[in-house]
Design a protein around this ligand. Structure first.
Ligand SMILES: NC(=O)c1ccc[n+]([C@@H]2O[C@H](COP(=O)([O-])OP(=O)(O)OC[C@H]3O[C@@H](n4cnc5c(N)ncnc54)[C@H](OP(=O)(O)O)[C@@H]3O)[C@@H](O)[C@H]2O)c1
Length: 215
């Protein structure tokens, strides 16, 4: 039995990953914001005291508000610094990943293609992606693989918050549709199920060919 902790596992991408892992017999703790609020360091501390070890960890959390640079307050910067950066660092410092395990980070396509309305997201997710990349080297020594999944637009509550007219927006996408969270769930499942270990320290653009960059 493989144990998994999926943060943000109550809805959207995290929930789809949780369901997918359960379907292959993993014992999954699918955390909601009530179990751990990654913007609140005392909530993070409490969580890691109870959940201090796992085989699979999915670092995932809610997305920040969409705001233009001029309107971002100091409180916004502090909140999302904790939510998207410091909380994840503290979690990695305190949860032991068992040898042969996996860590998946759910970041965003904005780490490679910054978006002026999602500047908070672009900034802190890119910063944490640097930390994750550096750590992938030492985790590799324990046969622990680190995969950064950078989604484009996925059919979840988050996208419904950000995009007003989804039907219209879909027409602009190469596949004429949003991605389904289950596609990410199935991707994570297949990596674990097939014991794929050498894919590590990488960013997977999960965007239905929407990005324009090659690397
Ligand atoms: N959907 C997309 O198109 C897309 C694209 C790129 C990146 N992303 C990013 O990928 C992540 C997951 O996206 P999603 O679409 O699955 O989001 P979602 O549908 O909004 O679900 C968010 C999940 O995170 C939890 N959560 C919210 N705030 C949290 C906090 N402060 N601390 C810990 N957990 C928290 C929620 O728990 P509750 O149920 O308790 O609220 C829920 O389980 C987000 O960071 C999002 O910004 C999404």
């Amino acid at each position: 039995m493989t144990r998994a902790i999926v943060l943000g596992g109550s809805r959207g991408i995290g929930k789809a990953i949780s369901e997918s892992l359960k379907s292959i017999g993993c014992e999954v703790f699918a955390a909601s914001k009530n179990d751990i609020d990654t913007s609140n360091m005392s909530s993070v501390k409490k969580f890691v005291e109870i959940h201090d070890q796992t085989d699979v960890l999915v670092l995932n959390t809610g997305g920040p508000v969409a705001k233009e640079f001029a309107n971002i307050t100091e409180d916004d910067w502090n909140l999302y610094h904790n939510q998207l950066f410091l909380g994840f660092c503290k979690i990695l410092q305190n949860i032991k990943i068992n040898e042969g395990g996996y860590i998946f980070l759910i970041s965003s396509s904005v780490i490679k293609e910054p978006n002026s309305k999602l500047i908070i997201s672009s900034a802190y997710r890119a910063a944490f992606s640097e930390v994750f990349k550096i750590l992938s080297k030492s985790y590799a020594g324990k046969n622990i693989s680190c995969i950064n999944i950078a989604p484009g637009l996925i059919n979840t509550d988050r996208t419904r918050e950000l995009i007003e007219n989804i039907k219209e927006y879909e027409k602009s996408l190469p596949m004429k549709r949003l991605g389904e969270p289950e596609e990410i769930g199935n991707f994570v499942k297949s990596i674990i199920q097939n014991n794929i270990k050498y894919l590590s320290g990488v960013v997977i653009n999960f965007d239905g060919a929407n990005s324009n960059y090659i690397f």
